[in-house]
Design a protein around this ligand. Structure first.
Ligand code: ZN
Length: 270
């Protein structure tokens, strides 16, 4: 009997509270491509797989896992000389395969003279995505940046004119050229450039290493360094770069880790 009660108590402690002390709250889906938000007692240290996460003054933090991430991870919380480990088991996702024909050949196999430009574009994007600021906006509830049908999803693999390409990491919203793009969360503009593949591209910092990228725009309404508010018009939908029609391609990154915008906690999809 004693052993049975002990087992029951152990089960209860595993399923009801993440651990007794200190409190750990987690928000988000434990699946590939997901962004998770958490909260611990202020003054704690939090590690995701041994990477120390920056904490807000009230103990909030954020992290995520990529499209093909392993399924076993852990959070480690240190407070007052004690250390608690919270194992995290993620679920695997199934991704769509999309065949896209009629893409201009120069985008399927870029001509040699643009390879240097593409390399510079990638370097520039990589650099701004390293930004880890203390902006607190990633802890707000996001809104959709454009109205329209969801025409492309995260993780899908595209086959352009019969040639398999890298997976697609954006959430695509079909909308006409000139349709407004609004900020899904407040932030600060990190990049506003015309890039080879993604056309007119805007990157916005929401804080703690999380950025939004908006691609294929026809016009910018903001410039690098601008501080923008959630819901503010920041750009217009376009068809610039490698596209078959006008749409907004919205991406979410945790520094270089590409996450699924559709899994942002609290987001209501179109
Ligand atoms: Zn897209």
């Amino acid at each position: 009997m004693k052993g049975w009660v002990k087992a029951l108590l152990l089960l209860a402690s595993v399923s009801c509270t993440l651990f007794a002390e200190p409190a750990l709250e987690l928000e988000g889906q434990l699946t590939q491509g997901s962004l998770l938000r958490g909260k611990v007692l202020p003054g704690s240290k939090v590690f995701f797989n041994d990477i120390e996460l920056p904490l807000s003054s009230d103990g909030r933090f954020v992290f995520g896992v990529g499209r093909d991430a392993p399924l076993k991870h852990q959070l480690k919380v240190q407070l007052n000389g004690e250390e608690h480990i919270k194992p995290l088991t993620f679920t695997a996702r199934q991704y769509d395969i999309q065949h896209v024909n009629g893409v201009a050949q120069k985008y399927v196999t870029p001509p040699a003279e643009v390879t240097e430009r593409i390399r510079r574009d990638n370097q520039q994007v990589r650099t701004v995505r390293k930004t880890v600021s203390g902006l607190p906006f990633i802890f707000d509830t996001p809104i959709m940046p454009a109205q329209g049908r969801i025409s492309g999803v995260y993780g899908s693999q595209r086959v352009f004119n019969g040639e398999p390409r890298n997976p697609h990491y954006g959430l695509d919203v079909a909308a006409p050229v000139g349709a407004p793009v609004v900020a899904p969360l407040s932030g600060k503009v990190l990049l506003a450039e015309d890039l080879y593949y993604s056309g007119l591209t805007l990157i916005i910092d929401h804080g703690f290493g999380i950025s939004s990228t908006f691609m294929h725009l026809s016009r910018f309404d903001v410039a690098v360094g601008d501080e923008i508010a959630q819901g503010q018009k920041i750009a217009e939908v376009g068809a610039t770069g490698r596209v078959t029609g006008p749409h907004l391609d919205w991406r979410i990154n945790w520094q270089q880790v590409r996450l699924d915008p559709a899994l942002l906690p609290g987001l209501v999809l179109n």
